[in-house]
Design a protein around this ligand. Sequence first.
Ligand SMILES: [Zn+2]
Length: 71
Amino acid sequence: MKCHYCKGRMESGKTSYTIDRKGYLLVINEVPALICQQCGEPYFNEEEVEMIQNLIKDVDKKSTQLHQIAV
Ligand SMILES: [Zn+2]
């Protein structure tokens, strides 16, 4: 597999995944990924993306509840 952006070489490693959503910013560290050795672009596998999507859904739900608490 080659980098989609620069055709650089991909190597497995770990990176952080940042989710910038309305109401919160979430950073997950040490996510296994293929990382381009040239431009640093990370590629996640389907399973990881799915897990992260599930996590976002959960956080979305809970952060909405948090934001709805009347002070
Ligand atoms: Zn690249």
